[in-house]
Design a protein around this ligand. Structure first.
Ligand SMILES: [Fe+2]
Ligand SMILES: [Fe+2]
Length: 169
């Protein structure tokens, strides 16, 4: 099953890759490899923003008009907005923390903040995989049947197309 022929599977695979990147970021954070931790969190943000923008443009905006969806598209959009907020806050907090020696309390505060983000993202991805992706996948047609490129094909050359999270290690 290739990315080009199964965009829903491609988006699901991106969920798992994103989770791995966040885990690698937190491993670096705990081991106080702060430059690497920051680089991984920025890569995570970049890929997650692109992933969500693709979903909004190609799945939520154009592909959920049938009224049979378990959740209205606004539910997904609201979660995307909250994820963007929490992610930006985590990056800013890490940037501030790097300006001075990181204490144990500071490290715990960073991880606490990221736990909220991590739980929301996991919950959101579960919702998509159990509802949105199933609904689009069972429709018997590509989720974007209006001529847009499928994830993993021409989308790689698009600024908002899904693609793999870059690995920096
Ligand atoms: Fe999403
Ligand atoms: Fe997603």
């Amino acid at each position: 099953m290739s990315l080009a022929t199964d965009p829903i599977a491609a988006l699901g695979a991106e969920h798992r890759t994103l989770g791995e990147t966040l885990l690698r970021h937190q491993e670096a954070l705990i081991e106080r490899r702060l430059a690497e931790a920051a680089s991984l969190l920025e890569a995570y943000e970049r890929e997650l923003l692109r992933h969500m923008a693709f979903e909004e443009r190609h799945l939520l905006a154009r592909c959920l008009g049938g009224g049979a969806a378990r959740w209205p598209s606004e539910v997904y959009r609201a979660e995307h907005r909250r994820i963007r907020q929490l992610l930006r806050r985590s990056i800013e907090r890490l940037t501030r923390a790097r300006a001075a020696p990181l204490t144990a309390a500071g490290l715990i505060a960073l991880l606490d903040e990221e736990r909220t983000l991590k739980r929301l993202v996991e919950h959101h991805h579960e919702r998509e995989e159990q509802a949105l992706f199933v609904e689009l996948g069972s429709a018997g047609a590509p989720p974007c049947a209006d001529g847009d490129p499928a994830p993993g094909s021409a989308a790689r050359s698009r600024p908002d197309g899904p693609g793999p999270v870059s690995r920096t290690r």
